[in-house]
Write a protein that binds this ligand. Structure first.
Ligand SMILES: Cc1cc2nc3c(=O)[nH]c(=O)nc-3n(C[C@H](O)[C@H](O)[C@H](O)COP(=O)(O)OP(=O)(O)OC[C@H]3O[C@@H](n4cnc5c(N)ncnc54)[C@H](O)[C@@H]3O)c2cc1C
Length: 305
């Protein structure tokens, strides 16, 4: 007699539910220590296909840096293999054809799919090395001067900065964050709070539904500058512009905003004077140079955001 694959074995969790409420009830009972409610992101192939149909490659290219932009939100499905990168790429080309658009209209989105592939290949190349600083920081600060602990106010979303607290809430409750929000949070944690990128990266992985060690750790290292030729940082003008000012308008710390200032002012405030920040000096540790495979060189080419 062959086993019915739909039939649960003893100890298995059920696979079918009458409603999402029923799923939530089961999870609350099975995992009483887990905090929060169910993410609004739905799993499965049908939900993935629905999300893929929402994709608008041309609008994506024009708006992807804006929180309200036409980003695809496909990352959880790609991460878990529900959609392949090739499928998404083909869907982009099909859309260009159907809408009689130019190839260039899809190039931004195709580029970003390429970054996912690139980080995966870097992981294959570097192995567990992705957990370690790939190069020395170009901030003028010693790696040992960065705290290894995630501060409680960040973990609990009570920094008093509306932007950061809302990003934290979204991360924890939905398991997804816009790329720009990830960059701002990482920049704030590493450069303003002087916390080592690994503490932030590990925390992101606790919550992200698309959590992937390569995209995550290497992006954190790119922000920190241990995997890029200069640190990523931002100012209030940048955050206001790409968030349509939604946080600053209601922020009780708006008068003492730590992100206020020109890039030159913030650079002087955050980083110790050293030539590497403004120039393309590509200083690398022996560890990286000795690896001799050229992978880290490619990371230096990550486009400016
Ligand atoms: C600090 C930090 C941590 C990150 N951690 C992760 C992570 O754990 N898992 C993850 O999948 N992505 C990660 N990213 C990359 C990126 O933020 C997400 O892939 C993207 O925001 C997912 O949303 P989306 O599907 O709407 O992306 P879109 O912008 O619509 O892009 C389409 C797809 O392209 C890929 N992609 C887009 N941008 C990037 C990028 N910068 N790097 C690599 N792939 C990209 C993703 O697979 C994404 O689903 C991180 C970025 C930063 C700055």
């Amino acid at each position: 007699m062959t086993a019915d694959p739909a039939q649960a074995s003893p100890g298995d969790l059920p696979k079918r539910f009458a409603s999402r409420q029923a799923l939530e009830t089961l999870l609350t009972t099975a995992f009483p220590d887990a905090e929060g409610s169910l993410s609004s992101v739905q799993g499965g192939r049908k939900a993935a296909e629905r999300q893929l149909r929402q994709m608008d490659a041309k609008r994506y290219g024009r708006s992807r840096n804006h929180l309200a932009g036409a980003v695809t939100r496909l990352s959880p499905y790609i991460r878990h293999g529900v959609l392949t990168l090739a499928e998404v790429r083909d869907a982009v080309f099909q859309q260009l054809k159907d809408r009689q658009l130019q190839r260039d209209d899809g190039s931004k989105l195709i580029n970003e799919l390429g970054w996912r592939d690139f980080w995966q290949r870097m992981w294959d190349d570097l192995g567990d090395g992705i957990h370690d600083d790939q190069e020395e920081m170009k901030t003028g600060h010693d790696a040992a001067s960065y705290s290894r602990e995630l501060p409680d106010d960040i973990r609990e979303g009570r920094t008093g900065l509306t932007c950061m607290d809302r990003f934290r809430d979204e991360l924890v409750s939905s398991g997804w964050l816009h790329n720009h929000a990830r960059m701002w949070m990482a920049g704030y944690l590493v450069h303003w709070r002087r916390v080592h990128w690994k503490a932030g990266a590990d925390w992101f992985l606790e919550h992200l539904l698309d959590g992937d060690p390569s995209s995550n750790h290497l992006s954190w290292q790119w922000v920190a500058s241990s995997f890029s030729h200069k640190p990523y940082f931002f100012n209030r003008g940048n955050l206001e512009r790409y968030s349509d000012g939604r946080y600053c308008k209601v922020c009780s710390s708006a008068e003492q905003c730590p992100f206020e200032g020109s890039y030159d002012q913030l650079e002087n405030q955050l980083f110790a004077p050293q030539p590497a920040i403004r120039t393309n000096s590509n200083r690398r540790t022996n560890k990286t140079r000795d690896r001799g495979r050229g992978g880290a060189n490619a990371a230096l080419a990550r486009p400016k955001r």
